[in-house]
Write a protein that binds this ligand. Structure first.
Ligand code: C2E
Ligand code: CA
Ligand code: CA
Ligand code: CA
Length: 281
């Protein structure tokens, strides 16, 4: 076995090598990208199911790479997470999203979103200065804490340690809103939810897709929404792409929806136009 192990090490796999080099390059670029201001936040409107009007926005980060063009977060967030660069990047996203919401409120007092949602990574969530950093950002932007909603994935939130609960309570105490993101993709039971001080549940977009073909997915979504309502959690379904999905969600008591049916994530000026005209389907 030892010999084999040694032999394996000298086998050159060009594909794997290329992948490793690519990763290292991205890691290096990520470090500089933040200093050079290559990141931008797109915002996706979140609509009230009943009024079909935009009420909130979710901040989704984009990277304008000097050679590769626009890179989606699915590609660089995992690297940022592993290297720890997510901490300064995430801080920038929080500060910029709060600054943007405050600016919209000044510019359009009547149709500015009631909240901006920001995704928190596991590493950011566990960082000891998170609550203090957020408090400082809120103070600097003058934004009421309830205008900021933090999205924490089910898997991070349900990692049932004392420190998780403590971190959630600290944030709650600050007055920000807490949402369980990607709900339904983890292993937690619905009853788990009531132990956490959360305000909102976001059902993963894989379920919206399933609504069209699968009775099981319909039943699951209905059950998740019923549980959210019973626990008085505001419930959002993401990835809504068709009128049929929207009608189903309205019937079963979903509060908020976001998806390509209404609008994709957009740069701030386009979002402002969307909020202004408020013209939906
Ligand atoms: P997420 O939090 O689940 O965000 C929703 C994703 O679904 C977004 O992808 C959005 O563009 C996409 N989406 C929205 N509506 C539809 C639809 O109708 N159909 C389909 N097929 N997709 C839709 P995006 O922007 O590529 O972000 C991917 C993930 O990257 C996010 O998933 C989130 O987990 C992560 N992410 C984005 N920005 C940040 C950030 O600032 N910090 C952290 N930690 N993670 C981020
Ligand atoms: Ca999210
Ligand atoms: Ca999701
Ligand atoms: Ca509700």
């Amino acid at each position: 076995a030892k010999l084999l192990g040694k032999a394996r090490r000298v086998v050159f796999d060009p594909a794997m090598y290329a992948q490793a080099v690519e990763r290292l390059a991205l890691e290096r670029d990520l470090r500089h990208g933040l200093e050079r201001g290559e990141f931008q936040i797109y915002y996706q409107p979140v609509l009230d199911v009943r009024t079909r009007r935009p009420v909130e926005v979710e901040a989704l980060v984009r990277w304008h790479h000097p050679e590769r063009g626009l890179i989606s977060p699915g590609e660089f967030i995992p690297i940022a997470e592993e290297t720890g660069l997510i901490v300064p990047l995430g801080h920038w996203v929080l500060a910029e999203a709060c600054r943007q919401l405050a600016a919209w409120r000044t510019a359009f007092p009547d149709c500015a979103p009631s909240a901006v949602s920001v995704n928190l990574s596991a590493r950011q969530f566990r960082h000891p200065s998170l609550t203090a950093d957020i408090a400082q950002i809120l103070a600097e932007t003058g934004l009421p804490p309830a205008s900021l909603k933090l999205e924490i994935t089910e898997s991070v939130m349900m990692d049932d340690t004392a420190s998780t609960l403590e971190a959630l309570r600290d944030l709650k105490q600050l007055g920000v809103q807490l949402a369980v993101d990607d709900f339904g993709t983890g292993y937690s039971s619905l009853s788990y939810l009531k132990r956490f001080p959360t305000d909102a549940m976001k059902i993963d977009r894989s379920f919206a897709r399933g609504l069209d073909q699968s009775r099981e997915d319909q039943a699951l979504v209905e059950a998740m929404i019923a549980a959210a309502n019973a626990l008085r959690l505001q419930v959002t379904v993401e990835g809504v792409e068709t009128e049929e999905q929207l009608e189903f969600l309205e019937r079963v008591g979903c509060d908020l929806v976001q998806g390509f049916l209404f609008a994709p994530p957009m740069p701030p000026d386009e979002v402002a136009r969307f909020l202004h005209t408020g013209l939906q389907t």
